[in-house]
Design a protein around this ligand. Structure first.
Ligand SMILES: O=P(O)(O)OC[C@H]1O[C@](O)(CO)[C@@H](O)[C@@H]1O
Length: 543
């Protein structure tokens, strides 16, 4: 693969800079007026997703220049390298093969002499058999009662994906199992989960890629102690605990029989792991068939990403539009606004996917990145956000590119609601793009002194993603769309989107500080005066 040349030194980057300077004053009102077909032309489809990107501050020329930039970054080669299983996660010397997690049965991808697709399906089959046993009541707890509650213990990628997807697909969870997610090391989290649980009917799914994550192990230990105390026997653990991990040794050391372990591989990043065994809680909730439908949804977008020319490649387009705003309009954030209560956790899920992947300031070769990289990703479901923070998007002083995600049908149609929800989504996209000029406001009889307050500048860019309904397949499609968008951006910026060294220092210091909070002597030298004083006050307060 060709070495990445600092992207800001390329003629393609310069061309975009010049183009941005030339077009900065351009308004979406003019762009739409000049091109009546814009709203049907600047759209794309992938799988079941209809993606309208016409309300972006771009022209055909902008899109062409962005495509040139992607080519200059060698995006096509990088996509192939990922799918082929090359070790593109260079700082950890690992392949990046989450796409193999959704490859069809019978496909083959040999990495280091091992057919990873065969391995994937072997685990999927074991997960499916286990899920069927739990869902049918064939698997019983230690005292002979069936499992009715699943408590997923994990954090980061071992929590956000399963939690987001279980909520998103709740209408497909029809067999009465309830799902609870515990992630925070704050004891309130596990205490809350245990308070409502019947130990005889609870299954704990402990999910940790490394099985060394302190939050997860602390919560799992508390759950284990609670179970053993409640049921009176260590032997009960085997019927009530399963593990999902890449680390069999640590699973065994923790006291979970590796016969009850579902494995995955170091070529699956935590934030990309939902379609692996990490999705076990989701499979328990919706059943193996629905889970496989979700994988098929991912696969549809994977295939599109791998085989579609860059100009028509939807994740590539979304990635490049993000770059347009981040680097050429200096937008610091990106909002994700799902018009579905079921997607409430989707923005949080995307925060890890995007910010842990592209929140980087050095290139793959360790040199400083001289351009802005990943934006702050945030969001809440519409219409709640409209009554909270949309004010800033409409009338604040910064550009907030936003994705609005909606559905033609809701999962449970409640009369009188869905049209109103959709009307709000469409209205917001329209209002954000076109605003209301001061002339229009004044013409409406608004007193002169209020005109500036009631004027909407507009020109706020949105992508609108519309799907028929939120099925398992559509959820898989949406996730893959964002995964590959993030990949595209990482390639253009020249960063490694698959490591996360930035989370390590806090972990090291927390391990150092934890014993100091209960020690009687002065804080260990080496902390700063602020940290020392905070430790002292905390200790005093605890005495
Ligand atoms: O699955 P594990 O190994 O417990 O890690 C949990 C999370 O912690 C992180 O490593 C960050 O600390 C994430 O990347 C990961 O998803």
């Amino acid at each position: 693969m060709s070495e990445h040349r600092a992207i800001q030194t390329t003629p393609e980057w310069n061309a975009l800079s010049e183009h941005a300077a030339r077009t900065r004053g351009q308004h979406l009102r003019e762009l739409f007026a000049a091109d009546p077909d814009r709203g049907t032309r600047l759209v794309a489809e992938v799988g079941d997703l209809y993606v309208d990107y016409s309300k972006h501050r771009v022209t055909d020329e902008t899109l062409g220049l962005l495509g040139d930039l992607a080519r200059a970054a060698g995006l096509g080669e990088h996509i192939e390298a990922m799918f082929r299983g090359e070790r593109i996660n260079t700082t950890e010397d690992r392949a990046v093969l989450h796409t193999a997690l959704r490859a069809p049965r019978g496909a083959s991808l040999v990495v280091d002499g091992q057919d990873v697709v065969a391995d994937v399906h072997e685990v999927l089959d074991r997960m499916s058999a286990f899920a069927e046993q739990i869902r049918s009541g064939e698997w019983i707890g230690y005292t002979g009662r069936r499992i009715t509650r699943v408590v997923n213990i994990g954090i980061g990628g071992s929590d956000l994906g399963p939690k987001m997807a279980t909520l998103a697909l709740e209408p497909y969870a029809t067999n009465g199992l309830s799902s609870v997610f515990v992630s925070n090391v704050d004891g309130e989290d596990i205490a809350g989960a245990l308070a409502h649980a019947d130990p005889e009917q609870t299954l704990f799914v402990v999910v940790s890629k490394t099985f060394t994550t302190i939050e997860t192990l602390t919560n799992a230990r508390t759950a284990r102690a609670w179970l053993v105390e409640s049921l009176g026997e260590e032997a009960a653990v085997a019927r009530h605990f399963v593990a999902v991990s890449t680390n069999a040794a640590e699973v065994a050391a923790f006291g979970i029989d590796t016969a009850n372990m579902f494995g995955f591989w170091d070529w699956v990043g935590g934030r990309y792991s939902l379609p692996s065994a990490v999705g076990l809680s989701v499979m328990l909730a919706i059943g193996p068939d629905r889970f496989r439908e979700m994988l098929a949804g991912y696969r549809a977008v994977d295939e599109h990403f791998r085989s579609t020319p860059l100009e028509r490649n939807v994740p590539v387009l979304l990635g490049l539009l993000g770059i347009w705003y981040r680097n050429f309009h200096h937008a610091p954030t990106h909002a994700v606004l799902p018009y579905s209560e079921y997607l409430s956790r989707f923005p949080a899920y995307l925060q890890q996917l995007d910010m842990e992947s592209n929140g980087k300031s050095v290139t793959r070769r360790g040199e400083p990145v001289e351009v802005e990289t990943g934006p702050v990703v945030w969001g809440e479901p519409g219409t709640n956000g409209q009554h909270a923070f949309y004010q800033l998007i409409h009338q604040g002083t910064q550009t907030v590119p936003a994705d609005l995600i909606g559905f033609v049908h809701s999962a449970r149609e409640v009369p009188g609601h869905h049209d109103l929800l959709t009307a709000n989504m469409l209205a917001q996209a329209e209002a954000l793009a076109f605003g209301r000029t001061s002339e229009e406001v004044a013409a409406g009889g608004v007193p002169a002194e209020l005109v500036p307050h009631k004027t909407f500048a507009g020109n706020h860019p949105t992508t609108l993603i519309l799907a028929p309904r939120l099925t398992p397949s559509v959820l898989g499609q949406l996730i893959a769309l964002y995964e590959h968008k993030v990949f595209t951006q990482g390639v253009v910026w020249g960063v490694n989107s698959f490591d996360q060294w930035g989370v390590e220092l806090g972990k090291v210091l927390a391990n150092q500080i934890a014993p100091e909070l209960t020690a009687d002597d002065e804080p260990a030298p080496g902390h700063d005066s602020s940290t020392n004083e905070l430790i002292r006050r905390y200790r005093q307060g605890r005495r």
